[in-house]
Ligand binder design. Structure first.
Ligand SMILES: [Zn+2]
Length: 180
């Protein structure tokens, strides 16, 4: 499902944009995500775009911070109110497959494009699943967001790495308690 592809890209971009780091390093990470998810070079993305991209990432992070489907829907409705375009399909003059846009222009600035395409994908995901699109990593030392599994046990961590680290820490705490 292409909306899932976009939602995964949203998560990857939020996670690089909300990380602390120097501008050049963050920009490089953003470029890598965009290329990994199929954006074609030259991207034409610059340091000037970072402020808008970061603002969009922080707004989108609120959707992942929502505690249940109702509050995720309210948050998404607020963001849908910020989106400046009308819903339409574009193929960028035949250079890509047909896909929906919600930004003010098919070639809108990166920050606007990121917010609009992400809000659209997360809206479709919430609609499909009748559940929040994802959550915040439960590791206290990790700022990442994650996409919820479509089915199966509920997810709590952004990655296997975080899950393992927290399991080991819990184990250590339990052992320390037992010794006491
Ligand atoms: Zn994590």
């Amino acid at each position: 499902m292409l909306s899932m592809h976009t939602a995964r890209r949203t998560v990857a971009l939020i996670n690089v944009l909300c990380a602390a780091g120097e501008e050049a390093a963050v920009l490089k990470a953003v470029r890598e995500v965009l290329v990994e998810y199929g954006e074609l070079e030259p991207l034409g993305i610059r340091g000037d775009d970072l402020a808008d991209l970061r603002a969009a990432a922080l707004s989108l992070r609120e959707v992942f911070a929502a505690v249940d489907v109702d509050s995720a829907a309210v948050t998404l409705n607020g963001l849908l109110g910020d989106v400046r375009g009308r819903l339409r399909l574009t193929s960028h003059d035949g250079s890509g497959g047909w896909h929906p846009h919600l930004d003010s222009d098919d070639e809108a600035p990166w920050g606007e494009w990121f917010l609009a395409s992400s809000v659209l994908a997360l809206t479709v995901l919430l609609w499909d699943r009748q559940a929040p699109p994802g959550g915040l990593c439960s590791s206290p030392s990790c700022p990442h967001v994650y996409l919820a599994h479509g089915s199966g046990p509920e997810r709590r961590y952004c990655s296997r790495r975080c899950a393992t680290r927290e399991r080991v820490a819990a184990h250590r705490r339990a052992r320390a308690e037992a010794v006491r």
